[in-house]
Design a protein around this ligand. Sequence first.
Ligand SMILES: Nc1ncnc2c1ncn2[C@@H]1O[C@H](COP(=O)(O)OP(=O)(O)OP(=O)(O)O)[C@@H](O)[C@H]1O
Ligand SMILES: [Mg+2]
Length: 501
Amino acid sequence: MTTDEAREFARSYVRFLESMHELAGRGEGNEVVRRVQEHVGEEGRRHSVVGRGFAPFEQVNVQVALDRWSEQPERTVVVEGVTLPPHYGPVTLQQLLHGEALPPTRLTAPELVDLPSGPGRTTACVRNGLFLVDDEARGRFVLFARAPQPHQGEPVLQLELAGLPTDEAQKVLRELDELRTRHNVYRGQTVELAPEMHGGLSVVFPELPATERADVVLPDAVLARIERHAIGIADRREALRAAGRHLKRGLLLYGPPGTGKTHTTRYLVQHLAGATVLMLSGRSLQLVGAVTQLARELQPAAIVLEDVDLVAEDRGFGPGSSPVLFELLDAMDGAAADADLLFLLTTNRADLLEEALAARPGRVDVAVEIGLPDSDARRRLLDVYARGLRLEVSDATQDDAIERMAGVTASFVKELLRRAVLEALEGEAAPDGVVVKDEHLIRALDDLLDSAQGLTRALLGVRDGAAAPGGGPEPHPHTRQAYASSLSFVAEAGPGLQPWR
Ligand SMILES: Nc1ncnc2c1ncn2[C@@H]1O[C@H](COP(=O)(O)OP(=O)(O)OP(=O)(O)O)[C@@H](O)[C@H]1O
Ligand SMILES: [Mg+2]
């Protein structure tokens, strides 16, 4: 090939690439664009695309709404999948309608993601689905459902409509939204939202361990107060509404680790008849705004916010945004007062929340300290966790154990019995089951309290005062002072707060 021939080839190759780009840019030759344009027709292309965003955990409900709506006799709906090559950003319906700056896309069978929609149940949800609608009353139009892609900077689910005048499009989106609320798969369920890698979110329908009143070992007055605020108000919902009293309530349980804050929330949410329970902790607390909105739609509802101190100083997204804790408190405030919503907060660092709660009074209206078990509570804990065991331990040994455990947490007592069973299993187990005897309980307690096991003891929450068989007790990082100071915000935070002492 001569130089001139090579040059001529290069020139015509560039011209070929340019014309291909132009064609692709206009979407000509793109089968997705052709399909959308043909379906809505010349007239439909003149209307604006109208879209709506949904929180990522609503994807399954949007799918349920689309399924129900598609089944209605007045319309036929054909679903097509749209493939997007990797490393391209999300594609909008506006691009598909007008063929603007599109990456190479194709029509395929719809890509599905199988999402949890109930305990032990899943629903296949369309990821990038084109719904080609032929509606008796409204004619032909297109819906595009685009799944959230958090790692591509798109945290929300988008539902877009093309081919209808704006007011009609809004009506369709409203119909779908009503179906989403009416058939919401979270209604009446316990749902745990947990953050995943790359900004994703997992939805779990956890099976909480059945927890009855007798399983919760707290001073009677403390438990009664918690129940009155959490459950009692729900039970008197209608009477309180009729009397113009507000139902929305915030309950904070605070105190050292392992004393039963989480345990108590489990008991409470299982005894809120018919309520939807939405549980957030750690990074998922950032979703509190969207979750509160959902709770409002599904009320009666409880929103459990575990370990809120973890976000006390975290900042939300965007420049200058406020700490997540403030967003959380704002969300609590934003919900209507007559909504039957229970906000259940737990923390073991009430001192970190003090300032935020004092600055925004009225959100948490009851704060209850869950303290270390006294000797009476330790005795009851021994009874609770010895249930189903054959315990042949003398009264004197039990009394001695209860005394030596002064300063331990409730979870310590539970662990003690587990270890006592292990000790008993090491001896010759009776043919009809394990029998826990004096020596097993004593050995397990010696072992747990042994100062040589400083780390284990710290993890189990042994405090000053617990009598170790040899050597002094280990100091614990969380001293009682930290909790003592935390009561002051309750008294100062305004008339709505009822201090519990
Ligand atoms: N007051 C209690 N009555 C009965 N069991 C308890 C009590 N407190 C704790 N337990 C037992 O110990 C386990 C651990 O307690 P839990 O998770 O509720 O502690 P927590 O106060 O939430 O601690 P953290 O601050 O670390 O979250 C519970 O699952 C329960 O089995
Ligand atoms: Mg807890």
